[in-house]
Design a protein around this ligand. Structure first.
Ligand SMILES: Nc1ncnc2c1ncn2[C@@H]1O[C@H](COP(=O)(O)OP(=O)(O)OP(=O)(O)O)[C@@H](O)[C@H]1O
Ligand SMILES: [Mg+2]
Length: 253
């Protein structure tokens, strides 16, 4: 049994009585527990739609979607999502933003503070606990969003182009950090990106989607040793994965 198991999932968005968009159809994807899987595909192929359904924020129209054997029927703290825009509460500090989920779960103040300190350390924001979002860089805001998503110890973390709006250097730093956090937090990751090299560097498997209606076209296992360092980018194996995956994505253009 797979941990995340999507079988022949279809999602139709209905807009009014006449207009329907079939966002994804015959979508089948299986992810094992603690695996890191990236989803790559052209704009509009349904990547965010799939993540939102796994998060329980959108309902599937047809098919089957189970997590740990249970059908998804709505949001659950065991599944958290990080979007491209940081979506932090501007009136809360770094610590306040990270503790928000713990407050919802009625964790006592002292314990909240211990837990948030641990995650602040994990994402490298020690010393910035009392800053407000407007006092942080984009990369720092994204770290807060990641810490906030991890704080309830989710089993699944869903990242939708989390580094898309960052400059190249910050993005590289956060990729490496995310790998470290993933190893420490031991959760299952679904990661959406437009960057093929980012997907190869991070993932155990890369799923390529095709468009209209969106479905998984191919799933490639990335057989590069871990822990990975950035040297891997210049290895012939990496280049070969990159060439092959680019071809698959370009086929549909
Ligand atoms: N709330 C919605 N209502 C109606 N149609 C929607 C809605 N959300 C997405 N769609 C449509 O579903 C399809 C898939 O959209 P989705 O946002 O999942 O694509 P995506 O792969 O995440 O694209 P991008 O790479 O640009 O983020 C698109 O045709 C889009 O117009
Ligand atoms: Mg999207």
């Amino acid at each position: 049994m797979y941990f995340i198991d999507a079988e022949n999932v279809k999602k139709v968005y209905a807009e009014g009585r006449q207009k329907h968009t079939v966002a994804i159809e015959d979508f089948t994807l299986q992810v094992a527990e603690k695996e890191f899987v990236s989803i790559v595909g052209q704009s509009g192929c349904g990547k965010s739609t799939f993540l939102l359904m796994v998060a329980g924020l959108e309902q599937i129209t047809e098919g089957r979607l189970t997590i740990d054997g249970q059908p998804v029927n709505g949001p659950d703290p065991l599944r958290s999502i990080v979007f491209q825009e940081y979506l932090l509460f501007p009136w809360k500090t770094v610590r306040g933003n990270i503790e928000f989920g713990l407050e919802l779960n009625k964790i006592p103040k002292k314990e909240r503070s211990n837990i948030s300190s641990e995650y602040i350390r994990l994402v490298g924001l020690t010393g910035f606990e009392n800053r407000y979002p407007h006092e942080l860089s984009g990369g720092m805001k994204q770290r807060v969003a990641i810490a906030r998503a991890l704080v309830n110890k989710p089993k699944v973390i869903l990242l939708d182009e989390p580094f898309g709006s960052l400059d190249a250097l910050t993005r590289e730093g956060l990729q490496t950090e995310l790998l470290r956090i993933w190893l420490e937090a031991k959760c299952t990751v679904l990661f959406v990106t437009h960057s093929i090299s980012e997907a190869i560097y991070l993932s155990d498997k890369v799923a390529i989607m095709r468009k209209r209606p969106g479905k998984i076209k191919e799933m490639i296992t990335i057989d590069l040793p871990r822990p990975r360092t950035r040297d891997v980018f210049i290895s012939p194996e990496f280049r070969e994965y990159e060439r092959y995956l680019k071809e698959l994505v370009w086929e549909d253009l």
